[in-house]
Design a binder for this molecule. Structure first.
Ligand code: FO1
Length: 316
């Protein structure tokens, strides 16, 4: 089956899993037909520099610059500065490689000079040869806070990297959600979209922050929405989504993710190992599609993107 490439697609993405499907979509669609809106709830300041982990993960992945082992940071990276910073007693729980550091240095300089994150990202993408439009969800801060049993409320990277997702999660808060607004281009992209794809990112901490920033009256939802499950066989390929579901008292499964997005979705893509959950998804009023959702290679990303786009066409 071929893909109707005239569809205008907006994708919502967080970290590594989201970046992989976004890359697959970029391989299938003409660049002018794809806009990727990326979570910035993980952004923070480290060594005095503005770090945008999910934005960089998506940009590096589409540019072919991402580290294939970690999914985040740069390929063929060196760690000279990090080693010297460690020697000087700087905080070393968050690792910044030399090539990656250039991104943070230049982004911080331009933010300090008054340029918005969305403009800087667009310029970086042009320089890296990334053609689809990649937009941070907002130019204004919205910080994902993770509420935990052991430490109370933690800033996202404190929870995720410093404490290695070990604390028990009780909830989330999006600090600044009342005043943060969508970045320029976000609402325009949604207005022109034929469909929205929610990439296989963590629903709680990667996609919910983006949904928080969009108009809460739902006026932006004038097209079919299809999500891809980040949970396969009750577990996540990467990251703490399944652990979070369990700690919040919800059995982690593709059905739990469909429930999370219930009311939003026309269709939901689950993995072949979860084929037995298709009826549960259908019972939520959401059409299921069973696919091979594991993305180990560039070919896997492209194949899944094609399958998702073919599924999306049913609703357009
Ligand atoms: N994740 C880690 O687990 N350890 C790190 O030291 C680390 C450094 C890092 C540097 C730049 C960057 O863009 C991402 C980095 N990440 C690191 C990943 C990142 O913090 C998380 O994967 C995301 O925030 C969750 O989507």
């Amino acid at each position: 089956m071929t893909t109707k490439t005239h569809l205008k697609i907006v994708a919502l993405a967080g970290g590594v899993g989201g970046a992989k499907l976004a890359d697959g979509l970029a391989r299938c669609l003409p660049p002018e037909n794809l806009t990727i809106i990326v979570n910035t709830g993980d952004d923070f300041i480290h060594w005095g520099l503005n770090i945008s982990p999910d934005l960089d993960t998506v940009c590096y992945t589409l540019a072919g610059l991402a580290n294939p082992e970690t999914g985040w940071g740069r390929r063929e990276e060196s760690w000279q500065v990090f080693q010297q910073m460690e020697r000087l007693g700087a905080e070393s729980w968050f690792r910044l490689g030399d090539k990656d550091l250039a991104t943070h240095l230049e982004r911080t300089r331009r933010l300090k000079a008054g340029e918005p994150l969305s403009t800087i990202t667009r310029d970086f993408c042009q320089r890296w040869g990334v053609e689809p439009l990649i937009l941070p969800m907002s130019d204004t801060p919205l910080a994902t806070m993770v509420q935990t049993v052991e430490f109370g409320e933690l800033a996202f990277q404190e929870y995720f990297v410093h404490k290695q997702c070990q604390p028990q999660v009780t909830g989330f808060r999006f600090a600044g959600a009342d005043s943060a607004t969508p970045a320029p281009g976000v609402l325009a992209a949604l207005q022109q979209a034929d469909a929205l794809i929610i990439c296989p990112s963590n629903p709680w901490v990667s996609i919910d922050p983006i949904l928080q920033i969009l108009p809460q009256d739902g006026s932006w939802r004038r097209f079919p929405i299809v999500a891809v499950s980040p949970i396969i066989g009750g577990a996540t390929v990467k990251g703490p989504a399944a652990k979070m579901y369990a700690e919040l008292g919800i059995t982690p499964s593709a059905t739990a993710v469909a429930q999370h997005y219930a009311g939003l979705l026309a269709g939901f893509v689950i993995d072949a190992v979860d084929a037995n959950l298709a009826e549960e998804v259908r019972a939520l009023g959401i059409q299921p599609s069973i696919q091979n959702t594991l993305m180990k290679s560039a070919e896997d990303r492209e194949r899944l993107a094609k399958d998702v786009l073919n599924f999306v066409e049913r609703f357009v």
